[in-house]
Ligand binder design. Structure first.
Ligand code: ZN
Ligand code: ZN
Length: 354
């Protein structure tokens, strides 16, 4: 899949004016094609929701509009969200909060902010005031964000597009306290699918943080700068209530999943994802799960303390519901990850062990 941000193929010695014309033609052709893909993916999501059969609200915490460097207006992003089958789209522009006035009263739209703060960008949902990062340390700016917003997170924690974060930058994540949220899927500059090497790295970081007893809630955000990119990934809560308040309450309880397409749910001894349970060494624990993707599922796996506990190949079935038992061996958490037949992924929030 080519990136739409790449220029049209360049024949040698093309005059500048002609090149600009070719670039515009190329962009238009790509966007038409992507809009068609977006509709196809929306159809798949609609069918997946029906198969899954449990209440969910699907939202995109991370999009950009023309209040910052996005190409589309708030109204165009809202239409794109509706086309993509997303219940709520948050306009999280970089250095602006004026979009808040434009989204107020617009159904299925809400607001946030994503300023750059030194080593990391910081995501805020529903902040009362604009965050002006002082860039004196990720943890300090993150604490300021926490005071302004009922929900905060770290977008693309390992880097994005061509930017690879250094170890030093990634190590800042260990300074953010005993619990926070971060993207494990970021769709920046991606269209049909979001998951790429930075997300693979984010998942590794996630497992390391969780193994160190830091509770990290997973998010997926399209980071769309073009409306056609909305729908390449999203976050969901297990409740049908598309108000920002309900979404934020679920996120703060760690009850969500991050996905490019499949829907999932998991319970350990009756406790849903995001909750914690008391477990004693050698105790038998029962894991129940339900996973759906209308295009078919390739596999699902359970990971605890960074180690694969169980992997199940699902032979392209669109809906899998089952349970299994394992013997607890002192781990900090268990989580479920799923791949659809075309490799699109979903991650559950962990169930934690006290
Ligand atoms: Zn960013
Ligand atoms: Zn962004």
């Amino acid at each position: 899949m080519p990136s739409i941000y790449q220029k049209s193929p360049k024949p040698l010695n093309t005059p500048k004016k002609k090149q600009a014309f070719l670039d515009r033609q190329w962009m238009k052709a790509m966007r038409d094609w992507l809009a068609a893909e977006q509709c196809e993916k929306a159809e798949r999501l609609r069918a997946t929701r029906e198969l899954f059969g449990e209440p969910v609200t699907i939202f995109d915490p991370h999009t950009h509009s023309d209040y910052s460097d996005g190409r589309a207006t708030i109204a165009q992003n809202r239409d794109a969200g509706l086309r993509a089958g997303i219940d709520v789209v948050f306009a999280a522009d970089h250095n602006s909060l004026t979009q808040k006035r434009s989204v107020k009263g617009v159904p299925s739209m809400s607001w946030g902010q994503e300023p750059q703060a030194g080593n990391h960008h910081i995501g805020l949902l529903h902040n009362s005031r604009r965050l002006y990062p002082r860039k004196d340390g990720t943890e300090k700016d993150f604490d300021r964000a926490r005071k302004l917003a009922p929900f905060t997170w770290i977008p693309h924690p390992a880097g994005w597009f061509t930017k690879d974060y250094s170890e030093e930058r990634k190590n800042d994540l260990w300074k953010l306290g005993p619990a926070f949220a971060m993207e494990v899927i970021n769709g920046a500059k991606r269209i049909h699918r979001a998951f790429e090497r930075h997300d693979a790295e984010a998942v590794e970081l996630w497992d390391r943080l969780l193994t160190d007893s830091i509770r990290v809630t997973p998010l997926a955000g399209s980071d769309a700068h073009l409306p056609e990119a909305i729908g390449n990934c999203w976050t969901a809560i297990p409740k049908e209530d598309a108000t920002a308040e309900s979404i934020i309450a679920y996120l703060n309880n760690g009850r969500c999943l991050a996905s490019e397409s499949p829907l999932l749910t998991m319970e350990v001894n009756g406790q849903p994802m995001g909750n914690s349970i008391d477990a004693a060494e050698n105790q038998k624990l029962r894991v129940k799960y339900r996973v759906a993707d209308a295009a078919g599922l390739q596999s699902l796996g359970f990971v605890a303390d960074g180690i694969s506990l169980q992997k199940i190949y699902t032979h392209d079935q669109p809906l899998v519901e089952d349970e299994w038992e394992f013997t607890y061996a002192g781990q900090n958490y268990i989580r479920l990850e799923v791949r659809a037949c075309d490799d699109l992924r979903a991650f559950s929030a962990p169930v934690y062990f006290d």
